[in-house]
Write a protein that binds this ligand. Structure first.
Ligand code: TRP
Length: 335
């Protein structure tokens, strides 16, 4: 088949508001893959419930996520946009994978260790098994490339290992996915505490830029953002001595898709306040466009639902094929 395109997979949790970090680290890169690949962009609602408060509005958050995907240029005519819980094979495959992975391998995952350390309530088995559900998401579609941020790399390595293990039992059950970490997508840190990742759940909202922030609030946050106490006030990349300035350079490098080195040259001899001014300007432009698009799509819930109903149908077609192989491999009784 001449027109077969290889498959790209990525997903995001619909856990409330999205940050500038989500956009620069993921969403921005997704839309660029649509021309060359058959992309699957999933809204990982089942992952979100591992940490979500049962009273929070997953329904609304999921609709927000669909609108945001569209606002960031994901085109439902080209890509398959769907909600994880709508394609039941995710949880089915998840179980089979669970039964091929050792418990000790799972407890080694650093994100799990951090999450249980920071968790104020009890830690669930869902949190431990989280990476296996990710593996199911990816392997279900025979994805050849998966786009993730640096922080998800360990989970992807586990996915590859698990897929190879199962392929050893039965050749070609799964395609082994390649991990893609976009260039110029370094982890965006909190503006308030630049040694911590910019996060939607940060207790200090001044450290996080949300994709739906008002311009006035972006200005306030950048103006207040931590720089450093170096009297020479040089603009250079130095994670140890200047984590705040380095974070600014990372953000600008991600927005413009240029190297840090070229930014250091551009800003040599300039003041911190000048760099902040440029940042305010460029972040505001990015956010304004996303925000306008978001509100346009978010108004039409019927359309948003149609997009994911359609997406789930298409995803289901691919998922069924993989599950057939898996049921055969495990010798499940056919009826
Ligand atoms: N865990 C990912 C995150 O929080 C989201 C996700 C779920 C994902 N399933 C995935 C990412 C599969 C890539 C592939 O960012």
């Amino acid at each position: 088949m001449g027109d077969f395109k290889s498959i790209v997979f990525s997903a995001m949790q619909p856990s409330g508001s999205f940050t500038l970090g989500n956009y620069l680290g993921s969403l921005k890169h997704w839309s660029k893959m649509q021309k060359k690949y058959q992309c699957f962009f999933c809204i990982a609602d089942l992952h979100a419930i591992t940490t979500l408060n049962i009273n929070s509005d997953l329904n609304k958050n999921t609709l927000d996520a669909i609108a945001l995907y569209l606002a960031c240029g994901i085109d439902p005519k080209k890509s398959i946009i769907f909600v994880q819980s709508h394609v039941l094979q995710h949880t089915a495959l998840y179980w089979f994978l669970n039964c091929r992975l050792s418990y000790s391998e799972l407890t080694r995952m650093t994100q799990f260790k951090t999450k249980i350390r920071n968790s104020s309530s009890f830690s669930t088995a869902g949190l431990l098994n989280y990476p296996i559900l990710m593996a199911a998401d990816i392997l279900l579609y025979q994805s050849s490339k998966v786009i993730v941020g640096e922080d998800q790399k360990q989970h992807l390595e586990l996915t590859r290992k698990l897929a190879k293990k199962i392929n050893n039992l039965q050749k070609n059950t799964f395609l082994i996915p390649e991990i893609i970490i976009p260039k110029y997508s370094k982890k965006i840190m909190s503006l308030f505490n630049p040694t911590k990742k910019m996060s939607k759940s940060d207790e200090n909202n001044n450290g996080t830029i949300f994709l739906l922030d008002k311009t006035a609030s972006i200005i306030k946050k950048i103006k207040k953002a931590t720089t450093d106490s170096d009297i020479s006030s040089k603009i250079r990349y130095d994670l140890k001595e200047k984590p705040g300035i380095s974070n600014f350079l990372n953000i600008l490098s991600s927005i413009r898709e240029v190297s840090i080195l070229s930014l250091e040259k551009e800003f040599s001899g300039k003041k911190y306040s000048y760099l902040k001014e440029i940042l305010i300007n460029e972040i505001s432009i990015v956010i304004k466009k996303i925000k306008n698009n978001f509100y346009f799509f978010r108004k039409n819930e019927l359309f948003l639902k149609k997009v994911v109903i359609d997406g789930a149908k298409k995803a289901n077609f691919f998922a069924k094929k993989t599950m057939k192989k898996v049921y055969n491999l495990f010798k499940v009784l056919k009826i």
